[in-house]
Design a protein around this ligand. Structure first.
Ligand code: SF4
Length: 249
């Protein structure tokens, strides 16, 4: 009997993937595997619990136990939009460890809720490679699936009686790490400052701590006239507070 493991991130794409797998294969051999990074928005867990209830499948939660900030301290490296070791440490390794104990590659399929945008679809080969020896499937990008937009996926969840995670309504493109993903660009950090200043302040303090420990490292870089320079969150905040309509760079 094939095991169907949905890599459930708490995002709308993985929700839609789980719904499609359940409709096609039933839920007897369905697992919703989710990694806890320790800094998720609390509403992600409400959404995850609602999804679990909808499908009648318990969440299988794995956790390294650290947050991205603790990982950056331990690795003496601040994650950024080019390289983020937190994904590997907090998501990939715990999920793979669970898979090694519970899922035989020969009779397991792993489903990932990649959305059918050109940018996201370009990530499929690397994701499939990283999951080997397990076989991967991307239900939202299958040739039998109409390419739905994020808005349509969010509406699908509402139609099924599950309110999507609040971060989408708050203007975030992704529901990950509570809106403080280090791979997000300047635009998202400015938006975070506008809508969740306390969360921004916490991230800024964490970055300052790491700068004291590691030197002039930053999450963001500012690129102007082909010159790139480190841009601390403190500086971005000051510039945004003094000119909040500055366009994203
Ligand atoms: S969502 Fe962003 S901050 Fe969170 S673990 Fe992944 S890369 Fe790191």
């Amino acid at each position: 009997m094939t095991a169907h493991i949905v890599q459930f991130s708490g995002g709308i794409g993985s929700f839609a993937a789980a719904v499609r797998v359940a409709a096609r294969h039933g839920t007897d051999n369905l697992t919703l595997l989710i990694a806890d990074t320790g800094i998720e928005d609390p509403d992600l867990w409400r959404f995850a619990a609602d999804t679990s209830r909808l499908l009648g499948v318990p969440l299988t939660k794995v956790a390294d136990g650290r947050t991205p900030w603790q990982v950056f301290h331990d690795k003496k490296f601040l994650g950024n939009d080019r390289l983020a070791p937190c994904t590997m440490v907090l998501k990939q390794i715990p999920c793979r460890s669970w898979m090694e104990k519970h899922a035989y590659p020969a009779d397991t399929l792993v489903y990932i809720g990649i959305e059918p945008t050109p940018r996201d679809k370009a990530r499929i080969p690397a994701i499939a490679r990283n999951w080997k020896p397990w076989q991967t499937r991307f239900p939202l990008c299958s040739k039998w699936e109409p390419p739905l937009t994020k808005a349509q996926l969010l509406q699908e969840a509402r139609t099924l009686g599950v309110e999507p995670p609040r971060l989408y309504d708050m203007g975030f493109a992704h529901n990950n790490c509570g809106g403080t993903c280090v791979r997000a660009g300047m635009r998202q950090w400015r938006h975070l400052l506008d809508v969740m200043p306390d969360r921004y302040a916490y991230a800024e303090a964490q970055e300052e701590d790491l700068r004291r420990l590691l030197g002039p490292v930053t999450i963001l870089r500012q690129r102007r006239n082909r010159v790139s320079r480190p841009l601390p969150l403190a500086e971005l905040r000051r510039s945004h507070e003094s000119a909040p309509t500055l366009p994203a760079v």
